[in-house]
Design a protein around this ligand. Structure first.
Ligand code: SAJ
Length: 420
């Protein structure tokens, strides 16, 4: 098997295309966005990921990777398109359907089609399979079909795409084996075999596990704050138990995956998923809670300036998708505060981003929303001089409180009693 066609050249598709090309396959990367194709053709990648640009340039130069706007007949097709959450909290499968349709005229006897996009259970058999069978070929016999979810984390994609264990779930055994053989060309982790619906469920369970556990940590933090218990210390101590792993509380949950994916289970069984739904609601309500905690320490006034530090959904990433920072900003603004926003890494955001000096000058309160390393090494003397007030609200317990207090700041930390 040598010709591989990857549909969707985003955070997963592009690294996957590069890895197959590096492993010696002839890879065609397909994307429908002309801007992405144009920049790739000029040798530039549109995503920030350590090491990716170097590999991309190697495989483009060697001719092992080419890019285009439509698939060609290939031995393998891998669908890596987005599955955003619709306003009805159901997965929007339009891109998956469009990619499947684009494969149909290019499907040949013996080809394998692999879905990597995160989808609700049964999508491979109920949605993708019938579309592909429109080719006149029979799934599982004349072509093979599998779901093989990705598991990589941004900033470590090139390591994890190789090292992590994976699940390959075919619609029948020969589909599973064919898909597994393909990934074996560059994956060093173990590849576990399953069926497509189980593999879909596994992917959703992984992210939902994290969401529900973060919600539990957030609930503990809310209660602890009222009791005068330092939740960070309490979680640290509870996690000394060999079978306990409580997650970290914080201002809410962002990113493409964790706040979205639990809904893909819920849409399949609304009555059967009360825990998942309440977990989602708790995590979604965290920005509003942060807002009300800030308000307890800062009277609302149209002259009062609040500076939000960090809009990335988590530390040291440039990605602000589904960030809880946005909700917090909206709450602060609609209450009447003036809001200034800074992030050292994010370039695209729906709110103007200022340089650090402009963001903190004249400010009454600084709120740490994202625990970027940069915020742990701020010039506190300078920040203190620039600010008008001295209130600091740390939603993630990342600041060196004593150092800030020494400079005259009043530091409030979420999950630690406010009398501190
Ligand atoms: N968060 C907390 N408390 C925690 C952990 C995270 O509030 O204890 C917040 C973060 O600040 C962030 C959000 O949750 O806003 C999500 O962060 P994350 O690091 O949990 O997740 P992602 O979206 O960067 O990556 C996840 C990972 N999935 C799991 O850990 C199960 C990654 O392995 C997956 O590849 C990725 O989702 C995906 O594609 O599904």
């Amino acid at each position: 098997m040598t010709r591989v066609c990857i549909l969707g050249l985003g955070y997963i598709g592009l690294p996957t295309a590069c890895m197959f090309a590096k492993a010696g396959m002839d890879v065609l990367g397909v994307d429908v966005n002309p801007d992405i194709l144009q920049s790739l053709k000029q040798g530039k990648i549109h995503i920030e990921e350590p090491g990716l640009e170097e590999i991309f340039q190697q495989v483009i130069k060697s001719g092992k990777l080419t890019v285009g706007n439509e698939p060609k007949p290939s031995d393998a097709f891998i669908i890596c398109v987005p599955t955003p959450l619709g306003s009805d909290k159901h997965a929007n499968l339009d891109y998956v359907k469009a990619a499947s349709k684009a494969i149909v005229p290019n499907l040949r006897k013996g080809s394998v089609v692999i879905l990597e996009s995160t989808v609700p259970p049964r999508t491979t058999v109920d949605v993708v399979k019938p579309i592909l069978q429109g080719s006149g070929l029979k799934a599982g016999e004349e072509f093979y079909l599998a779901f093989c979810p990705e598991r990589v984390i941004p900033n470590r994609i090139l390591i994890e795409i190789v090292e992590n264990d994976r699940i390959c779930g075919g619609i029948n055994e020969v589909s599973t084996k064919t898909a597994k053989d393909l990934y074996k060309t560059f994956v060093k982790g173990e590849i576990f075999e399953s069926d497509s619906t189980t593999a879909e469920m596994v992917k959703l369970m992984e992210n939902t596990f994290r969401d529900v556990n973060i919600a539990l940590a957030n609930e503990f933090a809310i209660v602890a704050g009222k009791l005068g218990v330092n939740i960070w210390e309490a979680i640290h101590l509870a996690n000394k138990h060999p079978r306990v792993n409580i997650h970290q509380p914080g201002p809410g949950v962002g990113g493409h995956c964790i706040p979205v994916v639990p809904w893909f289970i819920v849409e399949k069984d609304v009555e059967g998923t009360p825990l998942i739904q309440i977990g989602r609601r708790i995590n979604d309500s965290m920005p509003e809670l942060m807002f009300s905690l800030i308000k307890q320490h800062l009277p609302v006034d149209s002259q009062t300036i609040v500076t939000v530090l960090g809009v990335a959904f988590k530390a040291n990433t440039d990605d602000a998708s589904y960030t809880p920072a946005l909700d917090l900003i909206k709450h602060l603004e609609s209450a009447g505060f003036q809001v200034r926003v800074h992030d050292p890494l994010v370039h695209r955001f729906s709110y103007p981003l200022l340089g650090l000096v402009d963001a903190v000058s004249g400010s009454d309160c600084v709120v740490i929303v994202t625990d970027h390393d940069e915020y742990k090494h701020l010039d506190l003397g300078q920040v203190r001089k620039l600010m008008r007030g001295n209130l600091v609200f740390d939603t993630r317990n990342v600041l060196d409180k004593n150092a800030w207090r020494e400079k005259g700041f009043n530091v409030i930390t979420f999950g630690i009693t406010s009398v501190e």
